[in-house]
Design a protein around this ligand. Structure first.
Ligand code: SF4
Length: 391
């Protein structure tokens, strides 16, 4: 028996080719895209404007399947977090953060991560595997239609979109899973799929310089860079990838990227680590770095300071709040827009900093997944799932 093709794995061009293989015209691909990504359909029989013969063909050769939801939690502040099964004992997290005028989904691109940043528990887990296109876009597909269902909003292009922004800041380094990441990005931007603007999709990288250049040509979306240090010696110790692509090269790559980016600044993420990278001197060194003093490249930027979310193996502590504020003030006094990430979803373990790949506390993902399986065996498969969400 041949394996079924998961249509979530295909970008618009691949879907045209797939329809061609089935002896169908290219416009069928557009119809399929809309059914899948705008109506959230997973049953071919529901695709009423497709010929019955095509629906039958698809039913025997294809499927539409996102990773299975292991748990689904919603915080009192509306933050909603799903733990998703990506097979072989691996799980990834997807987090929805509602704000007044937008809804942001934070998605993962790899199970585990090989970059091994010192302050990130994903790094401590090691690398398991790259996610497929279907597993990446499937997070958006699942979340959008679950959110609509919870609110009783009909799917469809006229439906009220729940997810207005996507950040690739979950588990993994997206630029080390390049092709599937870019394919998923293209689906996010396609008008027949999610139709998000490039400004509303942000990719966060630890600084894979050649791939930053490649992305600028293939699919330039907004960019965030996990910086976390003001000089090479410190960054070598926090983000080992820095040894390969040091700060001077990274800053130059950021500047080049901006020529193609939908925004005119890079967001630098900076995890605040007590007595490691949080002194006044570090702030001043950062200013010199991003303003290109001493012959480097100046990079128009914004800073996002992230209070570290401690985990035992790190041996690191969170900077205290007055220190974070003082650090922010130095950057702001130099004319750099600076925000301090606020805490969301504390009660469901998706708190500030845990939302972003750089600092997400993932040490307990495996543990939680195992516990959830045990509980579901004991209390039924709906344990941990939110069936009704009160507004
Ligand atoms: S911070 Fe990002 S790149 Fe570094 S180990 Fe964590 S997930 Fe990987």
């Amino acid at each position: 028996m041949t394996a079924l093709t998961n249509l979530l794995d295909l970008d618009p061009a691949q879907l045209v080719a797939y329809c061609g293989e089935l002896g169908e015209k290219p416009f069928r691909a557009k119809q399929l895209l809309r059914w899948i990504h705008q109506f959230g359909a997973h049953d071919f029989d529901a695709m009423t404007d497709l010929a019955k013969s095509l629906r039958d063909k698809l039913a025997t050769r294809a499927m539409i399947a996102a990773p299975a939801v292991i748990s689904d939690h919603i915080s009192t502040d509306g933050t909603r977090k799903w733990l998703l099964d990506v097979g072989q004992g691996n799980a990834v997290e997807t987090v929805f953060i509602p704000e007044e005028n937008r809804g942001t989904l934070c998605i993962s691109t790899q199970a585990g991560c090989a970059v091994n940043c010192r302050f990130c528990s994903t790094g401590k887990q090691g690398f398991s595997r790259n996610l497929t296109v279907g597993e990446i876009i499937g997070q958006l597909w699942m979340a959008e239609f679950e959110l609509r269902k919870s609110k009783g909003i009909e799917p469809g292009h006229k439906g009220e979109r729940q997810i207005t922004n996507v950040v690739m800041m979950g588990m993994g380094e997206p630029l080390l899973n390049y092709e599937p990441t870019v394919t998923a990005l293209k689906l996010m931007l396609d008008d027949n799929a999610y139709g998000l603007s490039r400004r509303r999709v942000t990719l966060s990288t630890s600084g894979v310089v050649p791939m930053i250049d490649k992305l600028s040509q293939d699919c330039a979306v907004a960019m965030a860079v996990s910086l976390h240090a003001s000089n090479d010696a410190l960054r070598d110790s926090l983000v080992p990838l820095n040894k390969k692509y040091p700060l001077r090269e990274l800053m130059a790559a950021c500047k080049r990227y901006l020529e193609f980016a939908p925004r005119d600044f890079i967001t630098f993420e900076y995890c605040m680590l007590d007595d490691v990278n949080d002194t006044d001197a570090h702030a001043r060194e950062l200013i010199a770095l991003v303003q290109g003093h001493g012959g480097g490249t100046a990079v128009p930027c914004k800073f996002n300071l992230i209070p570290f979310n401690p985990f035992p193996e790190s041996g690191l502590k969170r900077s205290n709040n007055p220190r974070i504020k003082a650090f922010a003030q130095i950057l702001m006094d130099a004319g750099i827009v600076t925000t301090i990430r606020k805490t969301r979803g504390d009660d469901i373990d998706a708190a500030c900093g845990q939302l972003a790949g750089e600092v997400q506390d993932r040490t307990r993902v495996q543990e939680r997944m195992q516990k959830m399986t045990e509980y579901q065996q004991k209390f039924g498969k709906n344990f941990g799932r939110i069936i009704e969400v009160s507004q």
